[in-house]
Ligand binder design. Structure first.
Ligand code: FES
Length: 126
């Protein structure tokens, strides 16, 4: 399977690549096999809405595209909704990924879940 146009678009023009200086939730996740790393920054309101989200990555093209798509999919959403986002949904939204690249979509989804779980723990939320 080739990369879809959507994957290529998000790879060549990734959305939300930057650091958020006043982020209140940050998570870094790496893939031990390929060595790629993603860092995710979130700014979450007191009501639990993801007001802003961004990422930086040392990752392959698929990791860049899935990270970009992940930020777009959860921006403006409640953290509980974002927690329910799966890597399959991210890949589906991109029109699919080649089977040997599916693991690349774990990075963004895992970092998102980690950042929110840590944020909840820190703020005494269930
Ligand atoms: Fe490592 Fe894609 S090859 S995230």
């Amino acid at each position: 399977m080739e990369y879809t146009e959507k994957v290529m678009d998000h790879f060549l023009n990734p959305r939300n690549v930057r650091k958020i200086d006043d982020a209140n939730a940050i998570a870094e996740v790496g893939n031990a096999t390929c060595g790629d790393i993603i860092k995710l920054y979130l700014k979450i309101t007191a009501e639990g809405i993801i007001e802003d989200i961004s990422f930086q990555t040392f990752g392959c093209g698929a990791a860049i595209a899935t990270s970009s798509m992940t930020t777009e999919m959860v921006k403006g959403k409640h953290i509980d909704e974002a927690l329910a986002l799966t890597r399959e949904q991210v890949a589906d939204e991109l029109g699919g990924l080649p089977a040997n690249k599916m693991h690349c979509s774990n990075l963004a989804a895992d970092a998102l879940h980690k950042a929110i779980k840590e944020y909840k723990a820190k703020n005494g939320l269930k």
